[in-house]
Design a protein around this ligand. Structure first.
Ligand code: PXP
Length: 268
């Protein structure tokens, strides 16, 4: 008998959420309107993105309130709003009612979202946010480390989704640390299995690149990847459409090869 949570049938298709935060970072460097994150969102969708992700940070360093209003009004695909669990962000989410909200930790001084939400210590604080968002019909995702306890608490909170933080996994690939990479991949594999068995939809993201996406796309329980910084960086060299199309092809290729061993050297 297969262990609980394993897949003995065709896995769900894998969605790509393109995070457009860093299009706004470049725009904000000069304070004008170019490049426009909404135009990037439309291009990403045409190139194969299933949805658009944007993080409205407390300090508004990239995405602005106006960007969120425009995205919500004009997008033809689901909007996933990443936000900290604060009253200000909750009010904004309830005003715009995006398809989904992903609750993330936020520290003003950090360069990016460093690590997952501390749902274990923050359970009582987070409950009201999960409840209020769900009551408004918004899907709630919690961005967590691939950790069994965090998954247990996320399920208890009633989240619809957990997004597993792939940052440590991608860092090991950058360091050329094969043993560390394999260890982090195993953590993600086990977390995806445990989360799906607990009834949670499983997403993953942070730091993913053409080189690291394959093994994650092959985890059968993972149904959505959210990818931003690498795609926007790659767009400088090949254009956004081409970068999104290539990422999509790598995801789909890895997914269709499910069950087959990973190609040698992948992810390094
Ligand atoms: N998922 C979440 C929850 C994030 O906070 C981020 C970064 O904003 C991403 C995915 C995308 O990470 P990256 O920009 O490194 O691809």
């Amino acid at each position: 008998m297969k262990p609980t949570g394993s897949f003995d049938r065709v896995p769900a298709p894998l969605r790509l959420g393109v995070n457009i935060d860093h299009v706004a970072t470049i725009r904000n460097a000069r304070g004008g309107r170019h490049p426009d994150p909404l135009r990037a969102a439309h291009l990403a969708i045409e190139a194969g993105a299933d949805g658009i992700t944007a993080h409205l940070r407390e300090d508004r360093r990239h995405i602005s309130d106006v960007d969120i209003a425009r995205l919500k009004r004009e997008l033809t695909r689901p909007l996933n709003l990443e936000m900290a669990a604060t009253d200000e962000m909750l009010a904004i989410a309830l005003r715009h009612v995006p398809h989904a909200c992903c609750l993330v930790p936020e520290k003003r001084e950090e360069v990016t979202t460093e690590g997952g939400l501390d749902v274990v210590r923050g359970e009582n604080h987070l409950r009201r946010f999960v409840d209020d968002l769900k009551a408004a019909g918004i899907r709630v995702s919690l961005f967590i480390e691939p950790d069994e306890k965090a998954i247990e608490v996320s399920a208890r909170l009633g989240a619809d989704v957990v997004e597993l933080h792939t940052g440590a996994y991608c860092d090991r690939a950058l360091d050329d640390d094969a043993a560390g990479f394999a260890e982090q991949l195993e953590r993600l594999r086990e977390a995806a299995r445990v989360a799906a068995a607990a009834g949670l939809e499983v997403h993953a993201g942070h730091g993913l690149t053409f080189n690291t996406v394959g093994p994650i796309a092959r985890l059968p329980e993972v149904v959505e990847l959210n990818i931003g910084h690498f795609l926007v960086g790659e767009a400088i060299f090949s254009g956004l459409s081409s970068a999104v199309q290539r990422m999509r092809a790598l995801m789909d290729g890895a997914r269709s090869g499910l069950g087959a061993p990973a190609p040698a050297g992948e992810g390094k």
